[in-house]
Design a protein around this ligand. Structure first.
Ligand SMILES: Cc1ncc(COP(=O)(O)O)c(C=O)c1O
Length: 286
């Protein structure tokens, strides 16, 4: 058994967590939460980050912010982790699965384009499935194992067919398409920090976006949609999805080590590529 990735907690994790415990700032408000959000957003090259309890919650909120709801569809690749599809169903929408390319394991954009052309129709800038007339609201490319499909082409198709793009970039912190970071293409990108990701907070996620309004709404929805800090007034159904300061403290320490982790990943890839070259019928994800 070779794990995808194991947590490597060799930096300032102890020191930062101790600071949270010593000061009593352990819960969902605290300087590490804000710092972690800023560090992830900055690394991904976007303006805003909103920390969540995990990547699945981040995806759920992102879809809600795109107005995905009951009787809508969201397009997904047919290779992903189940959380992407689960997040769609939490909004009472349904996934439509597009086949992946055998070489890259990413959504096959020729198949996507043929589907959009043959099986959907546009009416007043909204996309509908021909088979039943239900709306297709969004598309969620999943950057499986840190790779991406041709994102500029996907973005162009999404624009042409009026689809909101929510990136499942949970596995892609440190991945770039021609210099542009994963999660920075769509309206919203989403990262995960569970135990098998390149950095880990034990559990955690961050939504990233360049849209100030969406960032504010993401924070609002993840904090029970509470309108004011002092009063118990809530203007819609929200969620208790905020990351706590103790875990964000681990996240800050992990972010400090991210460049070194990326270098290590590249070394490991080269190691496997060298030593598995010509062994049996082993082929690499392109
Ligand atoms: C592709 C994909 N989507 C979503 C998730 C969900 O993230 P989390 O486990 O943080 O909820 C993960 C990671 O587990 C993932 O790999």
């Amino acid at each position: 058994m070779i794990p995808l990735s194991v947590p490597h907690l060799a930096g300032n994790e102890w020191q930062y967590v101790k600071e949270c415990l010593d000061t009593g700032w352990v819960s969902s408000v605290g300087s590490y939460v804000t710092k972690f959000e800023q560090m992830v957003a900055e690394f991904a090259g976007v303006k805003y980050g909103v920390a969540c309890v995990n990547g699945t919650a981040a995806l759920h909120i992102s879809l809600r912010l795109c107005g995905v709801g009951s009787r809508d569809y969201v397009i997904l690749p047919n290779i992903t982790f189940i959380a992407s599809a689960n997040a769609v169903t939490y909004t009472n929408a349904e996934p439509i699965f597009i086949d992946v390319d055998a070489a890259t394991w990413q959504m096959d954009l020729d198949v996507l384009e043929a589907f959009l052309k043959n099986d959907t129709f546009l009416d007043s800038n909204r996309l509908y499935l021909k088979a039943n007339g239900q709306a297709i609201k969004a598309i969620m490319p999943v950057h499986v194992l840190g790779n991406m499909c041709d994102m500029p082409r996907l973005m162009q198709l999404a624009e042409q067919y009026h689809l909101m793009v929510v990136e499942d970039s949970t596995e892609a912190l440190g991945s770039y398409w021609k210099g542009k970071h994963a999660g920075s293409f769509g309206k919203l990108g989403n990262f995960s920090f569970n135990g098998n990701k390149i950095i880990s907070t034990g559990g955690g996620g961050v939504i990233v976006t360049d849209d100030e309004y969406l960032a504010k709404q993401a924070k609002h929805l993840t904090t029970q949609a509470k309108v004011s800090a002092d009063e118990y007034i809530h203007d819609e159904i929200g969620y208790n999805y905020r990351l706590v300061n103790v875990l964000a403290a681990i996240g800050v320490a992990q972010m400090e080590q991210l460049p070194a982790f990326i270098e290590k990943k590249k070394y490991m890839f080269d190691f496997y590529a060298t030593h598995l070259q010509g062994v049996g019928d082993i082929r690499f994800q392109k």
